[in-house]
Design a protein around this ligand. Sequence first.
Ligand code: CP3
Length: 338
Amino acid sequence: MPKNDLILRAVRQEPIERFPVWLMRQAGRYMKEYRELRAREENFLSFCKNVDLAVKVSLLPLELLGVDAVIIFSDILVPLEALGVKVEFLEGEGPRLEWSGAVSDLKRYDPEENAFVYEIIRRVKKAQDEVPVIGFAGAPFTLASYMIEGRSSRDFRNTKLFMWDREYEFKRLMEVLVDTLHAYLVRQAEAGANLLQLFDSWTNYLSRSDYEEFVFPYVEELIERLKDSTDVPLIYFFKGSSSFLDLAEQTKADALSVDWSVDLSLEAVRRRKVLQGNLEPSVLYASDETIRFKALELLRGMPRKTGYIFNLGHGLAPDMEFEKVKLLVDTVKDYRIN
Ligand code: CP3
């Protein structure tokens, strides 16, 4: 058991002295130490597969920021390679994926192909016993959208047309992704992950009815199957949170990570589930005073004494200043619940 188990107590709704804090994308280009290690591998995927480097990068936020949990360094697109999708990261342009669009062309997922990810978890745990380790995966819809768009998108037009015009094929794809992610996350839990997080980063582009029909049943099933297979607590992060909060609450997720569309001071009392989030990331571009003010506003408005994990409403960006991120983490750690 890690020395600092605040986040595990928070997720079980047990008493805590202060709210735990970690940040999505906490290991990344905004850190010069990350950029130095990153320069040792030519491409991003080989960097993710270099276990020594991935372990070092995973630990940077613990060493430099003093966060209350370490998320393993990897990427949500990693398991797609094992399905036979060609995945590349172009410098400065982001991901490029190639797939025929036919589910029958996908390979059967063998979780052994991602053995390096489980090894990173084991090694991060061995390297420190300070804080819990978070394993993660993309949620089925967010991964499907990358497979269909082939890159980051502004409007997810291809994904929506696929969903509406090729409904049967889309749903088959979602089923394949549920099976894949189940096997992948169970292996992460077996390797010793103390928490698991699912990233549904692009659901904010969907209407309520499309989320209800094309996304929710698969997230619900995946989480249900994970809960049957492992006791490791699970966090579901989904954008467009205010539109889908009532649905997300019906899943068996232990905690919901929400974006800034939700007013936590209201939701935290109404909702039974543990909440994580939801500071607007752009606050980190503001003055130190504003950062402190916004963080304290969120913390003071939090009507609960447990069952809350501080985080952003989405990830840190590469152009954020390290000192501002540190100020945010320190502000949360200095805040005492009374
Ligand atoms: O949180 C962490 O610190 C752990 C590592 C992590 C990364 N990506 C590292 C990364 C995690 C949890 C992710 C998740 C991820 N990846 C998501 C979901 C979270 C979110 O932000 O919505 C998504 C949508 C991706 C897909 C992805 N990976 C994109 C679009 C890009 C390119 C971004 C860009 O600006 O180039 C990546 C690459 C990536 N993943 C980087 C890092 C640190 C940067 C690549 C580099 O260093 O060269």
